[in-house]
Design a protein around this ligand. Structure first.
Ligand code: NAD
Length: 323
């Protein structure tokens, strides 16, 4: 990373050429693919050896299939992955260790589970292992200010919140830790734009990102009407899809995110909620207990990879196979 300073008092822009992505779940794989698509090299690492071993094959598969999924066809600002998939994959290296992953990286992007203590432990290690790099978290609901105490130099730390599928939702929200240096924010904003993303900077310190807060309100109420027995998930989605003209509804989207991730994010909000009604959802709890985590396990509120809501007649209620 080029240090700010400079000729005749002019600040030299921080350049981001190489990246490390920690966590090769839903988000980490897609972030790594997008960075590699920009021509940069990226090292990946996951604490789960099985996840890491499978990551490149899954990246290849997802980069081929995710941008083509019919349910995202209405997303107008999609990014097309490069035709040279082998070239893209060649720029991604599964690292031997966390230290190996971050060695020489200009930016380290964390995409591990949404749990404050897990993230703090990781960032305290990253501070030591990557003393020069910009460090970012992809957390959906934890402001970077909460994690910053674990980072030795919070001036080079911020939240970069990407979205899945990254190709169809080409945007990233940035939120500083309160002490993120302006030149670091600017470098990451330029980096985001160079990946083809629309960059939005969240002002101040928000409990959750902009889209996440809005989406959280929808998700909380969708779960609540089902918990209260007023509707089943399929009917909530039908009404939503007809009202907003979208190809999936809130429960379809939760399946895509992963119900374990949804639950972690809900817990993070509930931990600071002032509304006593804001408590864990029973229907979500039942899904977790059954190991039905959405697309990633082949079953959630729907069956995957061909969820019922894509079937002919499902939206109009003629096919009520999962109702
Ligand atoms: N899924 C989404 O749509 C989405 C969207 C935006 C942001 N996020 C956020 O991105 C982050 C990752 O979410 P995800 O959906 O990719 O989760 P995921 O469960 O699919 O993947 C998390 C990965 O992190 C690994 N991991 C856990 N602890 C680790 C550690 N200490 N070191 C290294 N690897 C570790 C796990 O083995 C797993 O492979 C979360 O903070 C989540 O809130 C998710």
């Amino acid at each position: 990373m080029g240090e700010p300073g400079g000729e005749q008092g002019r600040a030299i822009e921080i350049q981001i050429q190489t990246a490390a992505v920690i966590g090769t779940g839903t988000m980490g794989r897609q972030i790594a693919a997008l960075i590699a698509a920009s021509g940069r090299s990226v090292r990946i690492w996951d604490a789960d050896a099985g996840m890491l071993a499978a990551a490149k094959e899954r990246i290849a598969d997802e980069t081929r299939t995710l941008p083509e999924l019919p349910r995202y066809a209405h997303h107008r600002f999609a990014i097309r992955p490069p035709a040279d998939l082998d070239g893209l994959l060649g720029r991604i290296t599964a690292a031997e260790s966390l230290a190996d992953a971050v060695s020489g990286a200009d930016i380290v992007i964390e995409a591990v589970r949404e749990d404050l203590e897990t993230k703090k432990t990781l960032f305290s290690e990253l501070s030591r292992l990557a003393p020069q790099a910009i460090l970012t978290t992809n957390s959906s609901s934890l402001p970077s200010s909460q994690i910053a105490s674990a980072v030795e130099d919070p001036g080079r730390f911020l939240n970069t919140h990407f979205f899945a599928p990254i190709w169809s939702r080409p945007m990233v929200e940035l939120m500083g830790s309160g002490s993120t240096r302006p030149e670091v924010m600017e470098a990451v904003a330029r980096f985001g734009r160079s990946l083809g993303l629309v960059v939005a900077v969240v002002r101040g310190d928000s409990k959750g990102f902009i889209i996440n807060r809005v989406w959280r309100a929808v998700k909380r109420e969708a779960l609540r009407v089902v918990d209260e027995g007023h509707a089943d998930p399929a009917d909530v989605d039908r009404l939503w899809m007809l009202y907003f003209g979208t190809p999936y509804g809130p429960f379809g989207n939760m399946d895509m995110v992963g119900l374990d991730v949804v639950s972690d994010i809900e817990t993070s909000y509930q931990n600071v909620a002032t509304d006593p009604e804001d408590r864990p959802s029973a229907v979500l709890g039942r899904k977790l207990a059954a190991g039905e985590l959405g697309e990633k396990t082949g079953r959630g509120f729907y069956r995957h990879p061909e969820p019922e809501y894509l079937r002919e007649g499902w939206l109009t209620g003629e096919d009520r196979s999962n109702s």
